[in-house]
Design a protein. Structure first.
Length: 112
C-alpha cells in the first residue's frame, strides 16, 4: 500500500517547484483581489473588461480563477488600470534554508 503525498498547499500540489508554487499563489491572490473589486463595483463582465483594458472573454477567465492564463505582469497592469497600486512583501518561508555569512546555499550544499 502506497502512502498519499501531503502538500502544504494546493499550489504546491499543482507546481513542480517551490518557485512555481509561489508564482501561482501570487497570481491567484491578485486575481482574487481584482475580482473582489469588480464585485464591489457591481460591474458586468463587459464593464469590468472595459475598465481593466481587456476583452470580456479575458475578464471571464479572470473571474473564473483561470490562473494559468495570466502572468503577474498582466495582473499588475489590470490592477493599475482600475486605479490600484500593487504592493508585494517578502516573508521568510517556513521551510527556507537560512543563509549565513559563510556562503550561499549552493556553496554550502556543495560542501556537504
Amino acid at each position: 500500500m502506497t502512502r498519499a503525498k501531503v502538500y502544504a498547499s494546493v499550489w504546491d500540489a499543482l507546481a513542480d517547484t517551490p518557485e512555481q508554487a509561489a508564482n501561482l499563489r501570487a497570481r491567484a491572490e491578485l486575481m482574487q483581489q481584482i475580482a473582489a473589486i469588480v464585485k464591489k463595483k457591481r460591474w458586468t463582465q463587459t464593464e469590468a473588461a472595459r475598465h481593466c483594458g481587456i476583452t470580456q472573454p479575458r475578464m471571464n477567465d479572470l473571474l473564473r480563477g483561470r490562473v494559468s492564463r495570466f502572468s503577474i505582469d498582466a495582473l499588475v497592469n489590470i490592477a493599475t488600470s482600475i486605479g490600484r497600486r500593487v504592493h508585494m512583501e517578502l516573508e521568510i518561508a517556513r521551510d527556507a534554508i537560512p543563509l549565513s555569512p559563510r556562503g550561499s546555499i549552493s556553496e554550502r550544499i556543495e560542501r556537504s
